[in-house]
Design a protein around this ligand. Structure first.
Ligand code: FES
Length: 276
């Protein structure tokens, strides 16, 4: 028997936003009845904002719960914000899913991605495997190479068994298991290469700006503060604290440690932060 969170059980017993939107602006589909579960997601837009979302699914309780929570997560969001949602976010929002049921969160993400592709076109397909044409790897469950690659990337999957839990690929005849292992190997080889290549100064500056803007600044803004990236000298990142952070002497060290640890983690472990 699976161990489900209270939230999964609640969304399974009382699913939100079930049904169809007759004049939907975007429709996304994932899975197929032949493979055991499927999901159709309807989105209604006002400009770039999702004002309504409904779903129809054929699947287990986790599929219902994942689809239900997904509609709640995207209503009120812009398409750009919705584009950033991963299957991991869906599972986290449910308070977790059993490993063997993670493929339900993947199905939710795929339906959302399918809907958004109709709006953004190919632009959404970034950081995919080296080859250009997507191909079916698991014929039993109709799972493609790109879907497996995406699941590995978002969830840090390391084994064929984990890939099966998240995508179903490999869960029937098992003929595709060798290819799944090859995809895992290729993915981590390319990741290692990325890590080995040192960043140029310009690349470092761009990356620092991006991390500050997208990850650090929003956190400080929650408490009425903010941060400005001034310059990079060697490995010294010069920043200026603004708003509430500016005069808050007690928290300066904490903020410095916070900013430094994120920059070390996301950009370069040798970086040091200096307030100017
Ligand atoms: S081809 Fe993947 S399980 Fe059969």
């Amino acid at each position: 028997m699976w161990d489900y969170s209270e939230k999964v059980l609640d969304h399974y017993r009382n699913p939100r936003n079930v049904g169809k939107i007759d004049n939907a602006d975007l429709i996304g589909e994932a899975g197929s009845l032949a493979c055991g579960d499927s999901l159709k997601l309807y989105l209604k837009l006002d400009g770039e904002k999702i004002v309504d979302a409904k779903f129809q699914t054929f699947g287990c309780g986790s599929a219902v719960a994942s689809s239900s929570i997904l509609t709640e997560m995207i209503i009120g969001k812009t398409l750009d914000e919705a584009k950033k949602i991963t299957n991991k976010d869906i599972a986290d929002e449910l308070g977790g899913l059993p490993q063997e049921k993670m493929h339900c969160s993947v199905m939710g993400h795929e339906a959302l991605e399918d809907a958004l592709k109709k709006y953004y076109g190919k632009e959404i397909e970034e950081d995919l495997p080296p080859q250009t044409a997507d191909k079916i790897v698991c014929t039993c469950f109709n799972v493609t190479e790109n879907q497996i690659w995406e699941a590995i990337k978002v969830n840090n999957l390391r084994t064929v068994e984990e890939v099966t839990n998240y995508t179903k690929a490999g869960g029937a005849c098992g003929r595709c298991k060798g290819t799944i292992q090859d995809i895992i190997d290729t993915y981590y080889k390319s990741e290692n290469k990325k890590e080995e290549a040192p960043l140029t100064a310009t690349q470092k500056i761009l990356k620092i700006s991006k991390v500050i803007e997208q990850q650090i600044s929003p956190e400080l803004q929650k408490d009425g503060g903010d941060i400005e990236f001034i310059d990079l000298e060697g490995n010294k990142v010069k920043v200026r604290l603004t708003g509430m952070c500016q005069g808050c002497k007690n928290s300066r060290m904490t903020i410095k440690t916070f900013v430094e640890s994120i920059l070390k983690d996301k950009v370069d472990k040798n970086l040091e932060v200096e307030q100017v």
